[in-house]
Design a protein around this ligand. Structure first.
Ligand code: HEM
Ligand code: HEM
Length: 350
């Protein structure tokens, strides 16, 4: 049964309906801020250019607004937990996940704890947020709230404005404090990422999108299929196009390296089509508009040394201004066709 604020009250007092109407507004505001935080987080992941920063400003303000609402929400939750409702534990789990996401986000942004063993604070931040989504949908669907005309009154709108304004000020203050106190977070890039191992290939962190594991590849057996023919490793190694580019990983670090290899347009040759699809030995793949091929590199080396398996040996794609998940590793095929480049999930699913 869907339970809403229109339910008969167990102890009808004059004060109670007011408290409940306030609860509805808090819940609605929470829904709005959670949605904003979730989508602006992904929007920021989609860019390695300026839109990432704007998205993260809104994202962080949304996160601070959720923090501001916590005292009110904990009152609603305390009242609700006391009711004999099935699966209350799932609401509590939702609370734990949202708290993990908030704390991990703040630990990352302040720089107080960026790496947690083999994982990063960002992995926990995004992982907990994704895990919270089905619970949040269930939570809201099971507890229908009734929007009343007073919820959109001038007073409510002013209050919402105050929460948003307060959250924006709190975010700005946190950035100023981070700089004034020299917190490591002050040094992060506009994407929120931290510098790691730039121009020192041996110190560059190894990371892969989700479940892609590092394959073992024999340099003599490996072949690249591209431009209507097969390339051996030694053939590709002979190419010496160079590009200095920054890999900005959604795991929360960035690393600038001097990459060397073959420009992508030289590898695909005269092949005609709208899209170039770069495929890994693992099956991982990404599509790009063909006119970007001349700005991308199929790298075999970085910082004067051959790529190692973790960084994509024998060959990996270098995509200036593209987040790390575009930089396909362990490339085995490059295909040109007419499938539009946008006909792929915005983020890889494997
Ligand atoms: C429950 C949903 C989420 C909440 C409440 C939330 C909240 C936050 C908070 C409070 C911060 C710290 C902001 C700061 O002090 O700068 C943060 C940082 C961040 N979040 Fe989220 N977040 C959520 C989901 C996501 C998702 C799904 C993504 C990506 C797909 C994401 C990406 C990021 C990134 C990249 C940062 C670092 C920003 C920076 O350091 O400048 N977040 N988030
Ligand atoms: C940060 C996300 C949220 C958390 C952690 C959370 C947590 C909780 C908890 C622990 C309870 C009490 C136990 C229960 O009823 O199962 C509760 C009650 C409730 N929540 Fe949430 N909630 C969240 C977001 C929302 C949103 C977005 C809405 C609606 C738009 C909502 C609507 C309600 C309602 C209507 C109740 C029942 C209150 C009562 O029975 O007095 N919640 N919530």
């Amino acid at each position: 049964m869907a339970v809403g604020f229109d339910m008969p009250l167990r102890t009808p007092t004059a004060a109670r309906p007011v408290a409940i109407a306030r609860g509805a507004r808090t819940n609605l505001a929470l829904l709005a801020f959670l949605t904003v935080a979730f989508f602006t987080g992904w929007l920021a992941f989609a860019y390695a250019t300026t839109p990432a920063r704007w998205s993260l400003v809104v994202h962080a303000a949304g996160g601070f607004a959720i923090l501001a609402l916590l005292p009110w929400k904990s009152m609603i939750a305390r009242r609700g937990i006391g009711r004999p409702r099935p699966r209350r534990w799932a609401s509590a789990l939702l609370g734990v996940l949202v708290l993990i996401s908030l704390v991990a986000g703040l630990l990352h942004s302040t720089g107080l704890a960026v790496y947690w063993g083999p994982l990063t604070a960002m992995d926990f931040h995004v992982g907990a947020a994704i895990a919270a989504v089905p619970l949040a949908i269930w939570h809201v669907a099971e507890r229908r709230i009734r929007v009343r005309p007073t919820d959109l009154s001038r007073r409510s709108i002013l209050r919402a404005g105050a929460v948003i304004g307060g959250a924006a000020v709190a975010y700005a203050a946190s950035e100023v404090i981070a700089r004034a106190t020299g917190l490591p977070g002050a040094a992060r890039r506009f994407t929120g990422s931290y510098e790691a191992g730039s121009y020192q290939p041996g110190l560059m962190p190894v990371s892969s999108w989700m479940f892609d594991a590092i394959p073992t590849i024999d340099r003599h057996a490996w072949r690249l299929t591209a431009g209507g023919r097969e390339w051996s490793y030694d053939e590709l190694l002979a190419s010496d196009d160079r590009l200095t580019a920054t890999l900005d990983c959604t795991g929360g670090f960035f690393s600038t390296q001097e990459w060397a290899g073959a420009r992508l347009d030289r590898v695909i040759g005269k092949a005609e089509g709208a899209t170039v699809r770069v495929v890994s030995v693992t099956g991982y793949n990404r599509r790009f508009p063909i006119d970007r091929a001349s700005s991308m590199l199929l790298a075999t080396r970085f910082g004067g040394q051959a790529l190692d398996p973790g960084h994509g040996f024998p060959a990996r794609l270098i995509v200036p201004d593209g987040r790390g998940f575009w930089w396909v590793k362990w490339v085995s095929a490059i295909e040109v066709d007419d499938v539009p480049h946008w006909a792929q999930p915005p983020f890889p699913l494997q």
